[in-house]
Design a protein around this ligand. Sequence first.
Ligand code: ADP
Ligand code: MG
Length: 483
Amino acid sequence: MSQLAADKYEAVIGLEVHAQLKTNSKLFCGDSIAFGAAPNTHISPITMGHPGTLPKTNQLAVEYAIKLGLACGCEIEKDNYFARKNYFYPDLPKGYQISQHTTPICKGGTVTIHTSLGSKDIALNRIHMEEDAGKSIHDLHDDITCIDLNRAGTPLVEIVTEPCLASSEEAYQYVTELRRLVQWIDVCDGNMEEGSLRCDANVSIRLKGATELGTKVEVKNLNSIRNVKKAIDFEIERMIRVVESGGTITQQTRSFDATNDTTFSIRDKEEANDYRYFADPDLAPFHLTNDLIDGIAAQMPLLPQQLQLTLQEKYGLSAYDAAQLTDEKATADYFLSVAAVAQQFKAIANWMLGPIRQYLNEHQQSFADCTLQPATFAALIQLVEEGKVNFSIASAKLLPVLMHTNGNPLLEAEALNIVQVSDANELDNWVQTAINNMPDKVAEYKKGKKGLIGLFVGEVKKLSKGKADPKVVTTLLQEKLAN
Ligand code: ADP
Ligand code: MG
């Protein structure tokens, strides 16, 4: 496709994200929602919708939905009811899904994203609650489909944006931000591989500057943020091709094929599905009190974007460090716990985002598991700052020990024999030996090849087994070589 053709059009994207709420049990009964159980073991008669069984709403799920709504600045609907959305599908045991229809629990609101073009508020249309369906498994047997109903009835919120995203990059940032937010406020584990967060992307194109929306297609069940981006990129290009070659876009539901980054049609969407919604007669309408809503608001943690700003403004960190440290709440909490006992904020960030993160990664851990006590961490920073131990040696040798012992960093460093020698005689010896070892290089240095200083420092490092402070050594070498 020519650039000229691409430049004539703009994309319009609206995203629907299903987030599984982090409750223990289902939305309307006590069945567990744990992932990975043997098929069809978490299915009581209520999940199965047997006649005469009565659903009961999970209060915690409602509170989580409110929490997310408050975090996105939504208006909370006080008078709610659940509706039956009727349709037939083999993985829907009751023949209807319990959802919200005319009264989504949250209305409006925004999620702010940052892209290469700056920041943008993505407008939400609504967040509503509903139950999940079961799973149809097509690839277990050649000629039959297997049904696992464990997931049926799992509490979800569906977060629906207005058609206001303009590129796959915005969509990528939006899902990334939403994922960070739901994890941060602890209402969803955000695990896209296990399907706790799934995204449907609605995509259309129109001539640049046009005001009416074009016909959309909906790409279903994208299970990674990268696939959201790839599917949208593919769709935009496909649609431009269709229109440029004189065709028209048909409204379709499509699926993404991750093996070749393309999408394919599952069905043409009929004008309007007739779900025959009606209020579920087994569930009484429910009213949310101000006390309940205010109580949830009062317990809201500082949100990641606010904290990110604080880390820059109050702690003087770079935008990059602040973003990294607020990627997960446990990371930010850990930073703050150390910053409460040590003033060297930049050093804390450097340690955390460098050697400590590396150590944790190697042990398949996260900052939630970090055993290094803030006071020990503070003493470690102090030790390096005083020049007693060099940063890279402390990272490689002292840190792993402290992770286990939380001992006194100076004593541990002495035991490891890595305390830097500041004794002038000993330093002088190493420096002189290094100079004696490399007469040719000394001559070159004296002729003006000053860059060789690093080589001499390296030699001293070897001779001293890392115990000579490189800063002091450099000065000493410069003095000696000047004569
Ligand atoms: P449906 O009834 O097909 O589910 P909705 O009006 O509820 O459609 O919108 C579903 C999602 O599709 C929303 O995120 C909305 O922003 C988005 N959307 C609606 N129309 C368009 C369009 N023409 N182009 C892109 N996205 C759209
Ligand atoms: Mg839809």
